[in-house]
Design a protein around this ligand. Structure first.
Ligand code: MSP
Length: 676
């Protein structure tokens, strides 16, 4: 069993957590959960970075002791991680005695190797970064990270002989023990390599201008530089410097075994982790971590989200309206790991509606309700061991595992999305409700439902790493007693669904959200909560409608306005000129360069034709394929973006947003049937 140690950066307590902090913690949680799922022995650490100038400044402003600021804010992080289901085994605060013991041990070891000396030091200092920047790194005389102004600081400091570690660091970057390079991704490894190859200056590791820190042993009046202090959390939390080093021996890498240590960090603090930290450890005679895994930034208005810039998005409103898992899912599936991504509420809502409301939520409701209807509220009593859902599930497990191993977490989410979509397609293709009507309850019907439910069970097992609360809920609806944390590698194998056991039919997991209503209500998030509507009877109709609590009044007003605005009456003969038909979408693709247009191949009776509709902003091709809708069949052909359209798909227009909501029919109705 592999032993793996995952860490997040420890967060400064002068800020409240925002989406950027949440991202680092969530992706580390996904990695830790996925490793546990694979059967590894995992330890997961997070915590807070409580010393340094920034905290001291806040405390001075408030007229309180720095520890009071830390004591007030550290629980904000701890509580948020709890709310988000973060599975950390430990939470370290740098003001704890166990951490101070670890820092003192590091300093004792580094001093023993002769790597400290005292010298005068002056330079440009960025307070938010707690770092000096050489003149050449400044951007227009300002901080290269925040763009903020810098202070010229001058003091006598203890220096660390970083320059001594140039060669050992380059050797470290060139090696990849066990096939694992020291930095992920490779582009960042190359940046770090060039930085070190350009020459390293010794680093000042004590401060006399501030007093809020760990006293530097042997140097009265000096406190330990906050980065030497903070980085040491990764080993002090394992017991280095304390009486018991069992955790250190078990999880920290060592030449004679040990574990593998992975530090997940944002690219802003890669240099501290990939240059200073291994150099400190080498000097201290300790093994270096296995890998520093660096991710990109969440941007808002094209700039890194940060308190200093003033463009942060806090998770509070979204969580109040949607709960935590939609945000976990969005952060993981939306950002291509390692790259930057822009945060927008619109993107969040569209992912929520596509993947969770229409995707997983709708498929689960359909599958559970149909099986419960067919088998008296129970799971089927026959299983099926060779079928397309089984193959899709196997492919999803493989794709998920490979993606996680390569930190392509967005692809891991994509593997789950693809599995759910193939289950949805399977339901549509096999039409179990139709068979039940035509043939009654047959062994074949048992097998069809077994496939859909078993496929969903495996999707939930994979999802346990990304959205654990949702995974537990899916498992419980399938009648299983285990939650996301109990899922193991064995659960990824086909055929574990108990036969003939009770299913839990419940309201849709994720009611559809209406973007316009959501934004209108953002100022009052409690009212903006998405809600569910009465379930329609047809099995394939989207089970939820996009509404918000405060939308009801708006909808009533809109209906009244609609009645008032209705135009002149038409005769029945006028109406009968329309040839309305049920058609089945057999293929669909978004029209390139158009935001709204979807090109569909539609089967109407025996005839197959191309119909283009303005629905691509509201529906994906996958949501259409295999489903039946109502079409105007006798519309004169028209060219849209160069494609000839022979007909029109009918949709209701949502009063608030103008978004189309397609008219669906019971899937039992044959294509070509006339609508009147
Ligand atoms: N205290 C240091 C870390 C010490 S680790 C030994 C620190 N803290 S921080 O609170 O400012 O930021 C911690 C981490 O939050 C960043 O490194 C990064 O991982 C994450 N993020 C902060 N803003 C971010 C974005 N806008 N986008 C993505 N992640 C970002 O640095």
């Amino acid at each position: 069993m592999a032993r793996r140690y995952f860490t997040t950066p420890i967060y400064y307590v002068n800020d409240r957590p925002h989406i950027g902090h949440l991202y680092t913690t969530v992706v580390t949680d996904v990695l830790a959960r996925a490793a546990r799922l694979a059967g590894d022995d995992v330890r997961f650490l997070t915590g807070t970075d409580e010393h340094g100038q920034n905290i001291e400044k806040v405390a001075r402003k408030e007229g309180v002791a720095p520890i009071a600021v830390a004591d007030r804010n550290a629980p904000t992080f701890r509580d948020l991680w709890k709310t988000f289901g973060i599975s950390n085994d430990d939470f370290i605060r740098t003001t704890e005695p166990r951490h101070r013991a670890g820092v003192e041990e590091m300093i004792r070891r580094i001093a023993a190797s002769g790597d400290f000396y005292v010298a005068a030091h002056e330079g440009w200092y960025c307070a938010p970064c707690e770092a000096f920047y050489p003149e050449k790194d400044l951007v227009d005389g300002s901080c290269p990270v925040h763009g903020g102004s810098l202070e010229w600081q001058k003091e006598e400091n203890v220096f660390f002989r970083l320059s001594r570690y140039e060669k050992p660091l380059l050797t470290l970057y060139g090696s990849a023990p066990g096939g694992i390079p020291f930095v992920f991704p490779e582009t960042r490894l190359n940046e770090v390599r060039s930085f070190v190859a350009a020459g390293l200056k010794d680093l000042s590791v004590s401060r006399t201008t501030i007093s809020w820190g760990i006293p530097f042993p042997g140097h009265p009046g000096h406190v330990v530089y906050v980065w030497l202090d903070a980085l040491t959390n990764y080993v002090s939390a394992l017991g280095l410097g304390g009486g018991d080093q069992a955790l250190f021996d078990r999880y920290w890498p060592s030449p004679s075994g040990g574990g593998r240590a992975f530090h997940v960090v944002g690219k802003d603090i890669l240099r501290f982790h990939a240059v200073y930290w291994p150099a400190f450890l080498m000097s201290a005679g300790l093994p270096v971590p296995t890998q520093v895994v660096s991710h990109g930034f969440w941007l808002k208005d094209d700039r890194k989200m940060s308190k200093t810039v003033g463009n942060v998005v806090r998770p509070d409103d979204l969580v109040a309206s949607f709960g935590v898992d939609p945000l976990r899912w969005f952060l993981v599936s939306e950002m291509s790991f390692g790259h930057d991504a822009s945060f927008s509420d619109e993107a969040f809502l569209s992912t929520y509606n596509a993947d969770l409301a229409n995707g997983l939520g709708n498929t689960l409701s359909r599958a559970v309700r149909m099986a419960a209807d067919a088998f008296g509220g129970k799971t089927p009593s026959e299983r099926c061991d060779d079928n397309e859902v089984k193959r899709a599930a196997g492919a999803a497990v493989r794709a998920f595992t490979e993606a996680v191993a390569g930190y392509r977490l967005h692809e891991a989410a994509g593997a789950i999305r693809a599995l759910v979509s193939s289950i949805d397609g399977y339901i549509t293709a096999t039409e179990p409700w139709k068979r039940a009507k035509a043939e009654g309850i047959t062994p074949a019907l048992h097998r069809i439902h077994h496939n859909t439910l078993e496929g969903l069970r495996i999707a939930a097992a994979l999802l346990s790493a990304i959205a654990p609360g949702t995974a537990s809920e899916v498992l419980s609806r399938l009648g299983l007693e285990k939650g996301a944390s109990d899922v193991t590698a064995a659960d990824l194998a086909w055929g574990q669904l108990p036969l003939g056991t009770p299913l839990a039919v419940a309201p849709p997991l994720f009611p559809r959200a209406d973007p316009k209503l959501f934004f209108a209500n953002l100022a009052n998030p409690k009212e903006a909560k998405v809600t569910e509507e009465k379930k329609p009877d047809a099995p394939n109709v989207n089970e939820t409608a996009p509404v918000a609590v405060s939308a009801v009044a708006a909808a009533v007003a809109a209906a009244a306005a609609l009645a008032a605005a209705a135009g002149p009456k038409i005769s029945i003969d006028d109406f009968l000129k329309l040839d309305l038909r049920v058609g089945e979408v057999v293929a669909a693709e978004k029209v390139e360069k158009s935001k709204k247009l979807m090109k569909m191949t539609v089967k109407i009776g025996d005839e197959v034709r191309t119909i283009v509709g303005g629905i691509a902003a509201a529906y994906t091709a996958e949501q259409l394929i295999g489903k039946k809708f109502v079409f105007v069949a006798n519309l004169a052909p028209a060219k849209l973006m160069g494609i000839e359209s022979n007909g029109m798909i009918l949709a209701a227009t949502l009063p608030e947003t103008g978004e189309p909501s397609l008219l669906t029919v019971d899937q039992a109705v044959p294509s070509g049937a006339k609508v009147k």
